[in-house]
Design a protein around this ligand. Structure first.
Ligand code: PMP
Length: 446
């Protein structure tokens, strides 16, 4: 490997990074990560940290999952690629569709369509929703409604339903016919309502009012994350998602669950939808489907869609990717999901997540911590400059992030939030170490 200075210089000169300012690469160079094992990563200076981000919310099984590595190597040797467009398929893709139907059967999901990642899954689900209505003779249903603060990837459809102006404004105009309603975020909301249950009720009323305002016969789907991730780990009251399901049903609107983060155990259940006891119509999956070892995603369709797409009114699916059903990705996913089940990582996520939550709650003693939020193994500290006024302080969050990294833990700095989604195989000791390093970071830079 070339030396650090050379790589930093070349990175600034030749490499543009997602969600980063290319002009700042020289002044604030990224950390060059060179190795990983278990739940730990190492940078080029040899500094080792616990990866409390789990890659990017995806490395649920940590970095040393041998069954996934072996499955990838074996599949590469046997069949590195073949298309799954009409006319051909491969055994790994078929096996994976069976495994997903088994895992997500209780969510009402029995059909899989493969993609290369979360953004693909979201755009595919939006298309399926429109096609479903069209096939049923309700082609006027083209609009989408989503939550503010939601994150649904970066393709045009996903960017259009995203609820954060940072990912929208530079690329406008976006897809017409996308509308946003308030997020059930007790710490900050337009109703100044801190009680999660009352807030859920107000947000549900706002959703129904928006559907009525748009006229229900023009609305295709509502898309939501069961727990909003990139928006800052926003955990709705338990009444929220069931309430959404009920409103969608009343108005013939499909419910798309974007489970790109919450799928495969992160909240303490196999899916976030099951966590809240809801059966969506479409589910977007990616990330932990291969624990990050291969770019891969899936859209799952429920019975309502299967009946129409496969029945008399059905028609060709006119969308898909060269890498839909990639045999290596599917083999990686299959091995990953077998391991995910064998380890019952959702139970671990619930247990270790509770321990992490208790530890993080203790950090409220630091003035900089405005809010602590978590569900299973998704957690966030919101950093403020003034607690009473709840003033966001991204710069302070950045300083705490660096100090926490020095103290041995990588968290994700996202605006005024410090976000965590550690591998679900995290030990109790490492959960305590994460809290201790944040404590140190907050004391040093808070
Ligand atoms: N949906 C959600 C809920 C996500 O969190 C993400 C990525 N963080 C995406 C979609 C997009 O996934 P990808 O980055 O794999 O395209």
């Amino acid at each position: 490997m070339r030396d650090h200075n050379f790589l930093t210089e070349m990175n600034a000169r030749h490499l543009w990074h997602p969600m980063a300012h290319p002009g700042e690469m020289q002044a604030t160079p990224p950390k060059i990560i060179t190795e990983a094992a278990g739940v730990r990563i190492r940078d080029m200076d040899g500094h080792e940290t616990i990866d409390a981000v789990g890659g990017l919310w995806n490395v649920n099984l940590g970095y040393s999952c041998e069954p996934i590595k072996t499955a990838i190597a074996d599949q590469l040797a046997r069949l590195p690629y073949y298309s799954a467009f009409k006319g051909t398929t491969n055994d790994a893709a078929i096996e994976l569709s069976v495994k997903l139907a088994e895992m997500f059967g209780p969510d009402g999901m029995s059909r899989a369509f493969f993609t290369s990642g979360g953004s693909d899954s979201v755009d595919t689900a939006l298309k399926f929703a429109r096609q479903y209505h069209r096939l049923r003779g309700e082609g006027t249903r083209t609009k989408f409604i989503a939550l503010r603060k939601g994150y649904h990837g970066t393709h045009w459809g996903g960017a259009s339903v995203n609820g954060n102006p940072l990912f929208r404004e530079p690329y406008e105009p976006l897809l017409p016919g996308c509308f946003h309603v308030p997020s059930p975020y007790p710490y900050r909301n337009p109703f100044d309502e801190a009680d999660p249950e009352r807030l859920a009720h107000l947000c549900l009323k706002a959703l129904e009012a928006e559907i009525e305002m748009q006229v229900p016969s023009t609305v295709a789907a509502f898309i939501m994350e069961p727990v909003q991730g990139a928006g800052g780990v926003i955990v709705p009251h338990e009444s929220f998602m069931p309430g959404v399901r009920e409103i969608c049903d009343r108005h013939g609107v499909l419910l798309i669950a974007d489970e790109v983060i919450t799928g495969f155990g992160r909240t303490g259940h196999v899916s976030g939808s099951r966590h809240w006891g809801v059966r969506p119509d479409l589910m977007c999956l990616a990330k932990a489907i291969t624990s990050g070892y291969f770019p891969m995603g899936a859209v799952l369709a429920g019975d309502r869609l299967a009946e129409v797409f496969e029945g008399e009114r059905g028609a060709m699916i006119g969308t898909g990717y060269t890498y839909s059903g990639h045999p290596v990705g599917c083999a990686a996913a299959l091995a990953c999901l077998e391991e995910t089940e064998r380890l019952a990582v959702w139970d671990r996520a619930a247990a270790i997540g509770a321990r992490l939550k208790a530890g993080l709650e203790g950090l409220r003693r630091h003035e900089a911590v405005g809010d602590v939020r978590s569900e299973g193994m998704m957690c966030a500290l919101e950093i403020v400059s003034d607690r009473a006024a709840r003033t966001m302080d991204p710069a302070r969050a950045g300083r705490i992030y660096e100090a926490t990294y020095k103290a041995g833990v990588m968290v994700r700095w996202s605006g005024s939030n410090l976000v965590m989604s550690p591998p679900l195989i995290l030990s109790e000791d490492d959960a305590d170490r994460i809290v201790a390093a944040l404590d140190e970071g907050l004391s040093a830079a808070g």
